[in-house]
Design a protein around this ligand. Structure first.
Ligand SMILES: O=P(O)(O)OC[C@H]1O[C@H](OP(=O)(O)OP(=O)(O)O)[C@H](O)[C@@H]1O
Ligand SMILES: NC(=O)CC[C@H](N)C(=O)O
Ligand SMILES: [Mg+2]
Length: 501
């Protein structure tokens, strides 16, 4: 997951894109970038770091023009620490094109070779997004064969991209002098929506919160496989460019990734989390009798709606037992297990009076590597809790994700190859209650019957693009560097015996 945004307006867009990226900061904390265009010239600033640190006033002043795009990066391919892999990416042929991408390609290695050997296009980083941009550029060149660009050529090129590229991709590209192109992969794995400002200007973004926070009205989501072309005058043309398109959004967006005040593919993220809490309540009742629980305590931030709903259904008090330091970022999306572990303690601190002598049920949205839960359970004990139960609003995360979430290897997942009892022992709680996969899909799916299904591979091992083998996963991991000192030695990431875990 990354956050992407694109705007076509009648006034300068630099501040607007910056504000939208701030609203999408939770989707990527590693790098940020903006490109604007004025009179056919692109102006770009991108660097490692959070939005506020990346853009100084002088950088903002150097981004003129009424059209542009931006990205916040959470690396899932290539090198996590590379400044060059910050987005947007740029190519100068067949047109000036800059592009931002949220997602992850599963055939980037093969495409990179094709680009070099057959298409004669050079890629200069290990980023899959640079590969995607070059495939798009090559297909635009083929569609136009030297003539000026027409919208029909744009759609023809996107059709060809869908045929060549595998994996997940929500994309916004700016074609110099022509307009903004946006498209989503044929399963709509990663989100993308479109809204309008009062003056008719158009904004595209990963989450509706980026639009609404800038007083744009959400009009609709981009359909899976669909391409939308927004001309420099704000005119919108659209075409379905995939032979077969079905909506299978990533279920982890609703569990953790997205902001609760966003609506994605017709589903309110907040309501999805409330529903997860409701369904989790049934599981809790069958494991720990509610009269053995004194208080429900959420693990801030993302679990709050689920914990609230669960407490209400069990008729138990909901209390804030942990205070979050708002200046520490999200721990799960940090590259590097060492950084993640250190940050849990920096980020959350217990209020002892809520724990002393009580049986507490802690609620988290998900347990991935177990970093958070292990620390938190110990903190609850240190604060004097008698019994510490833990409930997860999502089922066990057992399989790697290849579609843009940083869960690349099985061995780093605390639930991989372990029974719930074994996981409980690793985490050190007195009882561990998980949501089940069907319960999760029903709780969220009930909110929009038009969704064909969910991409839920990290929970059920079913990869919606249908073409992921153990070998593919190994190859994808081999293409990643810098996410962790022990990248190549994944055993260092596995709990419970990891030295730095
Ligand atoms: O099992 P783990 O590997 O620790 O990952 C899971 C935890 O990470 C996330 O929290 P995070 O701090 O990233 O963000 P939040 O403040 O939105 O909850 C998530 O909400 C869980 O608490
Ligand atoms: N999480 C994402 O969407 C990442 C985009 C791209 N794969 C990168 O690593 O830069
Ligand atoms: Mg959390």
């Amino acid at each position: 997951m990354c956050g992407i945004v694109g705007v076509v307006s009648t006034s300068p867009v630099n501040q607007l894109i910056y504000d939208a990226l701030l609203l999408l900061q939770h989707r990527g904390q590693d790098a940020a970038g903006i490109v604007t265009q004025l009179e056919r010239k692109f102006y770009m600033h991108k660097a490692k770091g959070m939005v506020r640190d990346t853009f100084r006033t002088r950088n903002m002043r150097a981004l003129p023009g009424n059209i542009g795009l931006g990205q916040v990066r959470y690396p899932t391919a290539g090198n996590a620490h590379s400044e060059e892999e910050a987005q947007p990416f740029y190519v100068n042929a067949p047109f000036g094109i800059v592009m931002v991408h949220n997602g992850n390609l599963t055939n980037a290695k093969q495409l990179r070779a094709e680009l070099a050997d057959t298409d004669h296009r050079h890629t200069n980083t290990d980023s899959d997004s640079e590969v995607l941009l070059n495939v798009l550029a090559h297909e635009l060149a083929r569609a136009t064969s030297g003539a000026p660009l027409k919208t029909v050529d744009v759609f023809k090129a996107v059709r060809a991209v869908h045929k060549r590229v595998k994996g997940s991709y929500a994309v916004i590209a700016l074609i110099a002098g022509y307009g903004l192109l946006a498209f989503r992969d044929p399963y709509g794995i990663r989100p993308l929506c479109l809204g309008r400002g009062a003056d008719g200007s158009v904004m595209l973004g990963s989450e509706s919160v980026a639009l609404e926070g800038n007083l744009y009205t959400l009009e609709r989501d981009i359909a899976p496989g669909e391409a939308v072309f927004v001309g420099t005058d704000g005119s919108v043309q659209t075409e379905q460019c995939a032979d077969k398109a079905e909506l299978h959004p990533c279920i982890f967006e609703y569990v953790y990734l997205a902001r609760p005040d966003s609506v994605m593919d017709g589903i309110s993220v907040y309501q999805a989390r409330l529903n997860l809490g409701e369904s989790l309540a049934k599981r809790v009742i069958s494991t720990v009798p509610p009269n053995e629980i004194d208080v429900i305590i959420p693990i801030p931030e993302s679990s709050r709606p689920s914990a609230m709903q669960l407490a209400q259904l069990l008729g138990l008090p909901y209390r804030e037992g942990f205070v979050k330091n708002r200046y520490v970022g999200r721990t799960f999306i940090m590259p590097g297990q060492g950084a993640r572990k250190k940050s849990v303690r920096q980020k959350l601190n217990a209020i002892s009076s809520e724990f002393k002598g009580r049986n507490v049920l802690l609620v988290d949205d998900s347990i991935v590597r177990g970093t958070t839960s292990k620390e938190i359970v110990q903190m609850a004990r240190d604060a004097g809790a008698s019994k510490v139960y833990l409930a997860s609003a999502a089922p066990p995360v057992r399989f790697p994700n290849v579609y843009g979430i940083d869960m690349p290897t099985k061995s780093e997942l605390v639930a991989h190859d372990r029974t719930v009892e074994e996981i409980r022992q690793v985490i050190g709680c007195d009882a561990l209650i998980y949501q089940d996969v069907d319960g999760m899909k029903k709780a969220i799916g009930a909110l929009n019957p038009a969704v064909n299904g969910f991409e839920a591979s990290c929970f059920d091992g079913v990869y919606v693009t249908g073409d992921i083998s153990e070998g593919d996963i190994a190859a994808l991991n081999a293409g990643r560097t810098g996410a962790e000192e022990g990248d190549a030695d994944t055993s260092r990431l596995s709990l419970p015996n990891a030295q730095d875990a």
